[in-house]
Structure formats: C-alpha cells, structure tokens
Design a protein around this ligand. Structure first.
Ligand code: KG4
Ligand code: ZN
Length: 339
C-alpha cells in the first residue's frame, strides 16, 4: 500500500509565523498561524527588524503547538519545507535556519519553496489543480497572469510594470487614513460607498501587463489637492471608486487571457484574493465564460504554512530537494526557471 507523505511547512517571509503539517499535498492535518499584525499596525506597516525578532521569539512556540495538536511526531514527518524567497530578508532567514536545523537534527530532506508558488498551491488544499490552468496572482508584491502547463511548469504572460495591486491597496489606504493592513480596510469602506469618482483606468491596452502607479499617484494628488482647497473627501466613495477601477482592470485582462489562450480553468492566488468584491467579479466572469474557478478559502489566501507544505509536495515527488547551501532571497521570479 502506498505510504502517506507528511510534509512540515515553515513560513516566515513577512509578518506571520506559521507552521503546518500537510498530508499528501492536500490535507491540512494542523496549521498554526501567529500574526504580528497588531504590533505592526502601531507603526502603519511592517517594520522588518521587529518582524524578524518576533519570528525568533514565536517560531518554537508555533512548532510546539503544531506537534501537540496534530499528534504527529516529528520523526514521522517525511520532509521539511520552508519559504526561502521572496520576502523580507531577516524574516526569511529565521524560518530558513529553523527548517535547516530541524532537517539536520531529524535527518529529513529539506525542500525550499517559493512563496508565490505557495500561494498558487494553496488551491490544492481545496481541490486538485488540473493543468492547463490560467493563474492570476494578486498579492502585496505580485500581480501576474501565468499559464500553468504542469507542476512547476509555468509561463508568465503578463505582470505589473510598477506597483503590485496589494501594494497599491496599502498605499491608498494610508492616504485615506485607514489603519494597516490597508487591503481589508479599503474593502470595508468601499462597501459603505459608491464608485462616484472618475479615476484613470490603469494600463488601458490589450497586453496582459498591469500598471497601478498612475492610478495610485492620481488618488494621492486628488486627496492632497482637495485637502489644500479645504474640500471634503468622501473617503468611502473614493475607496469604492479605487476598488472598482483596480479590480475591473484585473478582470478585463484575465478575460482577455482566457479568450486568447482558450482556457477552461482559472486559479486565483495571493492575499488580495481575500477581497470579496474581486471574488464576486471573478465568479460572475467565470460563469459568463463557462470557466472553472478555483480560489482558496480566506484562511489560505493570506500568508500561511499550509500552502508552503502543499507546494513542497510536487517537489517531493520529483525528488527536487534542497541542499544546506539554500539561501534566502528577497526577490525571485520562480516561474522563469527551475529551482
Ligand atoms: O499574499 P500576501 O499575504 O502577502 C504577499 O505575499 O505579498 O498579500 C498581502 C496583500 C496586502 O497588500 C494586503 O493589503 C492584501 O494582500 N489584502 C487585501 C485583502 N486582504 C489582504 N487586499 C484587498 N482586499 C482584502 N480583503
Ligand atoms: Zn503572501
């Protein structure tokens, strides 16, 4: 009988310390996520030095919780997976050294995982990814459309030329005076408003690329000018207007790619996929085009280690293990090359 494969995943690339045990790349045995959000909210954004220190304080507590609650002994784990890129350097190093130490002490293979691959493979925790699929990655650092031909066989057909969509949400939230994290707060205010502001459409062309810096600058200038003139800004309406323009452009480009490539399945990944307006618009588009839509549940949209262990499973099956030379990288576009 085929033996079950248990992978322990470690994620510490930004402000969540998370460890998870995943069975056969798809079943969440137990996941612990310790977020530092409340601490960073005091500063209006993630402070890298504080984040690294908090990972160091929290990571052993998180492991203890996972081993207690999952009732799986570390000796029974088949591999240790860890996010090594992209992310905040100091934060990545904490998780990476922790994972290497576990791997060495318990004599388990190490598997380095790209964080964005993690967001994509979060979908396997819901239903198996079927290839070919179109992937739409929307996170704090990425906005990409990719053709997924097979496991780790991905081709980028479009990406952001400047700011990522999540980054744009966060910066506009700050200008509108909302607390960190910006994305969920814009969503909340947008629900109370109407898209009454006339904003420029980002990158109004037929490529698969995105550009959000023009929209961002337009809103920053608009807010400053109105403030200088002593005019009131209808922040809920402005949040709704921004969200509509930003999401409409994602939908328009995704639709363009689906049509051009004759795609039948769409996979959405990354923190911004937690946005309910985006999820609703994607559902409507996929219904109209008769395309199968896969979006992870909210708990797997934002950073977590379950997605890292899930993304490690195809690498485990291919025998693509990492050596102890594996280093952290703040940037990496894994789609273009084999790890
Ligand atoms: O994927 P993620 O957790 O981190 C990266 O890998 O970058 O994404 C974080 C981004 C942040 O920019 C955050 O504001 C955004 O995802 N985000 C949202 C929502 N929840 C998180 N953006 C819009 N609406 C949301 N509900
Ligand atoms: Zn992420």
């Amino acid at each position: 009988m085929k033996k079950d494969v248990y992978i322990l995943g470690v994620e510490s690339s930004c402000d969540e310390t998370s460890i998870s045990i995943i069975k056969n790349g798809c079943t969440d045995v137990y996941t612990c996520i310790l977020t530092q959000m409340d601490t960073h909210a005091l500063y209006g954004g993630v402070v890298p030095e504080i984040a690294s220190r908090m990972h160091t304080e929290n990571i052993t507590i998180v492991l203890e919780d996972v081993l207690n609650k999952s009732e799986i002994k570390i000796e029974d784990i088949d591999a240790i997976a860890v996010t090594y890129a992209p992310g905040l350097m100091g934060c990545l190093l904490v998780g990476l050294e922790f994972a290497k130490t576990l791997s060495l002490i318990y004599n388990k293979p190490l598997i380095g995982v790209n964080h964005i691959a993690g967001h994509i493979y979060a979908n396997n925790l819901v239903e198996p990814i079927v290839f070919p699929s179109l992937g739409l990655v929307v996170s704090g650092g990425h906005t990409e459309l990719i053709i997924m031909k097979g496991d780790y066989d991905f081709e980028v057909i479009g990406s952001t030329l400047d700011d990522a969509i999540g980054e744009c949400y966060d910066k506009i939230a700050r200008v509108l005076g909302f607390n960190y994290p910006g994305g969920p707060n814009i969503e909340k205010h947008a629900k109370e408003g109407k898209p009454t502001y006339d904003l420029p459409i980002p990158m109004n062309d037929d490529t698969f690329n995105f550009s959000y810096s023009g929209l961002k600058s337009y809103i920053i200038n608009l807010v400053h000018n109105e403030k200088q003139r002593g005019n009131d800004i209808k922040i809920d309406d402005l949040a709704a207007s921004f969200q509509k323009v930003a999401v409409d452009e994602l939908i328009r480009k995704t639709k363009l790619a689906i049509t051009k490539y004759g795609i039948k399945r769409l996979i959405v990944a990354g923190g911004v996929s937690a946005n309910k307006y985006l999820r609703g618009e994607l559902e409507a588009m996929c219904k109209e085009l008769d395309v199968h839509l896969s979006v992870p549940p909210l708990k797997y949209c934002t950073d977590n280690a379950a997605m890292i262990a899930a993304a490690a499973y195809p690498l485990y099956k291919m025998g693509r293990f990492s050596s102890y030379n594996l280093n952290a990288k703040s940037q990496e576009y894994f789609f273009d090359k084999k790890e």
